[in-house]
Each structure stands twice: as structure tokens, then as C-alpha cells.
Ligand binder design. Structure first.
Ligand SMILES: Nc1ncnc2c1ncn2[C@@H]1O[C@H](COP(=O)(O)OP(=O)(O)OP(=O)(O)O)[C@@H](O)[C@H]1O
Length: 246
């Protein structure tokens, strides 16, 4: 069995009196890809944000490589370098160039050698075919390019797990494929451990080792990708797949 990277036990999350997540349990091993699927408002973003400390949770526990995460901000600060996150909105710093965006945290936070970080950033940019934009500002890039840079920026921190929250949702259709291809490459070639929230069902089917299907903050199905797409067990999941034209 490969190493356990992340385990969530009985996680509950309230916004005020209202419960957004109910008793969430999941386990993810090194190199596995988990996709979080479910209708709008089912709690996918809330869950992924709890996993990197952007949201607090009300009860339950999260373990990173077997170690329980205590909720202190210091613990999260250290952990966040191991947990790469890419959002729907690219969140690049507008006043920094592409290379400055990528190098900022590895140099300033991780205190790694500037020369090495730069060389690595350039090789990552080559990989996503954007090395000619090293000194460009984000405003001069397309949405798809910005999203590829956001992925590179997260990878430059050498994360042990990558979280992707609807990273193609605001992209023009012709930009989507390039971004999904990079994510597929990370899974297949780098064996990156990943959690992906996506509405791209064909992509999810290709990439998911594990699927969690959420509705109203509850896990209705937790199964292999193969099983979920071939034989969804619940009417809700079948309806969802139909509504996604799948
Ligand atoms: N900060 C907040 N305060 C109160 N309620 C919130 C907050 N954030 C999210 N919610 C509610 O929690 C529920 C789950 O939202 P969440 O964004 O996690 O769903 P989702 O599955 O990611 O949806 P989508 O696919 O539309 O992004 C929704 O009903 C939402 O309105």
C-alpha cells in the first residue's frame, strides 16, 4: 500500500446554524487522484477549502501524512506550502511579472536559492509552453495562460498534494483543453496526489481514481472513478450525470 497523504474523519462544517458539510470521511494515498463531484451548492468548494485551512471546520479531524492537523494558523502556514491550490480565479499578483509571481513564495517563504528557483521556474514554464512570457504581466495573458501560470506557481513550492477548484470554469472553451492536459500530465507522468473539483465529466472519468459525489453537504457515493461513471449507485448521481450530458 502506498503512503497515506490525507485522511478526513467525520468532518462537519457549519455556517452559523446551517450545516454545510455532514460527516465527511475520505482517505487519499500518494499518487491518487480524487475528484469531488456534485451539483452547485453541494459543498465541494467548502470541503476543498477546509482541506487547506482557508475555511475552519466545526468538528472532525484532518490528518496530513498521519499527523493530525491542529487548527492553529502556524500549523496551516507550514502545511500550506505542502498543499498546492489553484482556484477558478487565477489570483496572480497583478503588479508582478510571471516569473516574479512564481518565484515569490519559494524564495521569500521557503528561503530557497533564487538561482535554483529561477531555473526551475523556467523549466516549469517550458513544460506548460509559456517560457516566452517570463517577464510579462498577468494582464497581458489570456485566461488559459494565467491558469497555466497559476498551476506552475503552485508546483514551484514542491507540494505533496495539489487541490484544484474548478480551474477551468471561467475559461473560454478553447482554453480548457490545454489546462486539463497539464493536470492529466501531472497525474499520469508525475503521479501527483490531487483533489479536483470539476464540471468536466469526461476529464473526471479519465483521471479519477476515486470519486466523492456530494449533495447537500453529504457524501452520497465514495467509489472508484471507473465504478462511479459506469454504475452510479444512487438516483441523485444518475440525475447529476444526465444533467451534465454524460
Ligand atoms: N461563507 C459562507 N457563508 C454562508 N454560506 C456559505 C458560505 N460559503 C458557502 N456557503 C454555502 O454553502 C453551500 C455549499 O457551497 P459550496 O460553494 O461549497 O458549493 P459547491 O458545491 O462548491 O458549489 P459550486 O459548484 O456552485 O461552486 C452553499 O449552499 C453555499 O451557499
Amino acid at each position: 500500500m502506498t503512503e497515506e497523504i490525507l485522511r478526513v474523519e467525520n468532518l462537519n462544517k457549519y455556517y452559523g446554524d446551517w450545516q454545510a458539510l455532514h460527516d465527511i470521511n475520505l482517505t487519499l494515498h500518494k499518487g491518487e487522484v480524487l475528484t469531488l463531484l456534485g451539483p452547485s451548492g453541494s459543498g465541494k468548494s467548502t470541503l476543498i477549502r477546509c482541506l487547506n485551512g482557508l475555511e475552519t471546520f466545526s468538528s472532525g479531524a484532518i490528518y496530513f501524512k498521519g499527523k493530525k492537523i491542529n487548527g492553529s494558523s502556524k500549523t496551516w502556514q507550514a502545511l500550506r506550502q505542502k498543499i498546492g491550490m489553484v482556484f477558478q480565479s487565477y489570483d496572480l499578483f497583478p503588479n508582478l511579472t510571471v516569473i516574479e509571481n512564481i518565484m515569490l513564495a519559494p524564495v521569500k517563504v521557503q528561503k530557497r536559492s533564487e538561482k535554483k528557483v529561477r531555473a526551475e521556474a523556467i523549466s516549469l514554464l517550458k513544460r506548460v509552453e509559456l517560457d516566452e512570457y517570463v517577464d510579462t504581466y498577468p494582464r497581458e495573458l489570456s485566461g488559459g495562460q494565467k491558469q497555466r501560470i497559476a498551476i506552475v506557481r503552485a508546483l514551484a513550492l514542491h507540494p505533496e498534494i495539489m487541490l484544484f477548484d474548478e480551474v477551468t470554469a471561467s475559461l473560454d472553451p478553447e482554453m480548457v483543453r490545454g489546462v486539463l492536459q497539464i493536470m492529466a500530465d501531472l497525474a499520469k507522468k508525475d503521479h501527483m496526489t490531487m483533489i479536483i473539483v470539476t464540471h468536466e465529466m469526461n476529464f473526471a472519468r479519465q483521471i479519477a481514481d476515486q470519486v466523492l459525489f456530494l449533495e447537500d453537504g453529504k457524501i452520497l457515493e465514495n467509489t472508484s472513478g471507473k465504478e462511479f461513471f459506469a454504475h452510479p449507485q444512487t438516483d441523485r448521481a444518475r440525475d447529476f450525470l444526465t444533467s451534465m450530458d454524460f
